[in-house]
Structure formats: C-alpha cells, structure tokens
Design a protein around this ligand. Structure first.
Ligand code: HEM
Length: 279
C-alpha cells in the first residue's frame, strides 16, 4: 500500500507542480465548477459513513489504549479511570455504534441507490487490468491513466476489505465481550485465537485506513487538504471527468438521452439515473 500510494503521490505532485506553473491549468484543476456538480453520496450514505468513521476512530483509540495502557498517548484516559473500566466500556459502546452503522447499510442495500452501489462495487476482470495500467501510469511507463468507472479498484478494495474486516472484528470482539458464555461452546484456545485475530486485524484495519483511505481522500495532492464529498455529498463535473471518466461519460450520455426524450424517459423506469446524479 505504501509503495502504491507513494508512486501515486509523486506522480500527482509532479503534475500539480507543472499545473501551478501554468496558471490556467491550475484554475482548470482547482477552481472550477464550470459544469456544476453531481451527487456522489446521498444524505443516508453520508450519515452511514460518518457513524462508521466516528465509531471506528473511537474503537481504534480505546482498543489500543486497552493494549498499551502505559503509553503516553493514553495516560490521561488511564489516569481518569481510577479502577473503573472506562476504556473497555467506551470500546464496547463504539462497537455497538459501528454495528448499527453496518446494519443501517445492510437495510439500505435493497433501495435503488443501494442496489446500484453494490452492482458498481462488484469486482470485474477489468479492475485487475486497471491495477496494472495504473501502476504503469504512476511509474511513468504509460502516458495515460486508466479510465475508471464510478468506482475504481481503489474504492472497491476499500469497500470489500471494510465489509470483511467488520465481520472479523465483530465476531472476535463479541467472543471477547461474552467470554464466559462463549466458553460453553468453544475451547479456550479458540478464545485466545480470537484475541490474537482481533488484535492483528485492528492493526491491519488502522493501517489500511491511514495509508489507503486517508491518503486517497486527504493527502492525495489532487484533493488536499480534503475531499469534501463526505460532507457535501457532491463532486464537481470536472473532478468526475478527471477521476471517473467512464462514469462522467455515462452521465453525459444519460443527460443527452434525457433531454432528447424527456417525456419518454419519464415513462421508462430503466432510464432512471443511478450512481452519480445531478445535484
Ligand atoms: C464490532 C466491533 C468490535 C467489538 C465488539 C470489539 C470488542 C472488544 C472487546 C470486548 C475487547 C476486550 C476489551 C477489554 O479487555 O475490556 C476488545 C479489545 C480490543 N479491540 Fe475491539 N472490538 C471491536 C472492534 C475493534 C476495532 C475496529 C478495533 C481497531 C481497529 C479494535 C481494537 C481492539 C484492540 C487493539 C483491543 C485490545 C486487544 C488485546 O488486548 O490484545 N476493536 N475489543
């Protein structure tokens, strides 16, 4: 992940530096909303994301505070406890919030946007091709980046790892939470294993979020200091064309078709917009 994103960072830094030298290009890159913006994350999606993000941050902090109570980073919290189990209970509370976010997401999946999201998130053979094309581009071996659709392999990897990671953390976490009850069904060594898996998956999840997700939405020079979509829900058409050109084209074609057959499309359920929608 570090190597992949290091290459991505350097490639984009070089481009933004050149763009900065040519003022016009800079404006084209950063200033712009000549064509307006489209909805990338609905309100429900943003709320799910915020609940998941805030509970995850609390889980990381309190989880590592349980494991490393003597570290300076957690000293204030341990001092506050005075014999009570604040870290453990805040950790459990945040776990419940995270599970609620997951359940909300599950309930949202059968909706129109939810079905489109899953369909667009499914891995396809082209994703593997685009990984190599992108690495070639980031290393300077190709002049053009791959033409990503609504979700690139980067977002798909994030989404499916998050699903898998949440299941692993919830199963092992509940085994630790209800240890006595769990011991009625499984041998002790399985609980030791659950503790170990919970701990190492915690490192994996934390590093994946920092190195992969935070890089893409914060440190990435194209969006730094922040990709605001998680709050505004919108993405500019210019950014959509730049980051997700196939989705941009799909949207333009849909709009062209819509303006040609305005009345007809109202009667055609298949013509409904999915994914990105005009904000
Ligand atoms: C549904 C999700 C989760 C549940 C139910 C859960 C539950 C628990 C429980 C019951 C403990 C033992 C607490 C104690 O000793 O008082 C624990 C420990 C821990 N949790 Fe979680 N947790 C969850 C998610 C997470 C996440 C997302 C992270 C970090 C990314 C995390 C990191 C940790 C760490 C580092 C420990 C200490 C492990 C050790 O002592 O070896 N947990 N968790």
């Amino acid at each position: 992940m570090v190597a992949h994103n290091g290459l991505d960072f350097l490639r984009k830094l070089r481009r933004t530096y050149r763009d900065w030298l040519a003022t016009e290009a800079t404006e084209a890159m950063h200033d712009i909303e000549p064509e307006g913006s489209v909805l990338r994350m609905s309100l429900a999606e943003r709320c799910q994301h915020s609940l998941l993000a805030s509970s995850f941050i609390v889980l990381v902090y309190t989880g590592f505070a349980l494991k490393f109570p003597d570290t300076w980073l957690f000293a204030w919290l341990v001092a506050l406890e005075q014999g009570s189990a604040i870290r453990g209970w805040v950790h459990r509370g945040a776990a419940v919030a995270m599970i609620l976010a997951c359940l909300w997401h599950l309930a949202y999946l059968p909706t129109r946007r939810g079905r489109a999201l899953i369909a667009d998130m499914l891995p396809r053979p082209e994703d593997a091709k685009e990984v190599w094309q992108n690495i070639g581009y980031l290393s300077g071996l190709r002049s053009d980046p791959p033409r990503f659709g609504r979700f690139s392999y980067i977002e798909k990897a994030e989404y499916w790892s998050l699903i898998w990671g949440s299941i692993v953390m919830a199963v092992t976490g509940f085994a630790l939470w209800f240890e006595t009850e769990a011991m009625r069904f499984v041998p002790l060594w399985m609980l030791d294993l659950a503790t170990m898996v919970h701990y190492y998956e915690a490192w994996l999840a934390t590093l994946a979020i920092v190195v992969w997700h935070f890089y893409m939405v914060i440190f990435n020079p194209d969006v730094y200091p922040m990709n605001w979509t998680w709050l505004s829900g919108k993405i500019s058409m210019a950014m959509l064309r730049h980051e997700h050109p196939r989705e941009y084209e799909r949207l333009c074609e849909q709009e062209d078709a819509g303006s040609d057959t305005d009345q007809a499309s109202a009667a055609t359920p298949g013509a409904e917009p999915r994914g990105s929608e005009r904000a």
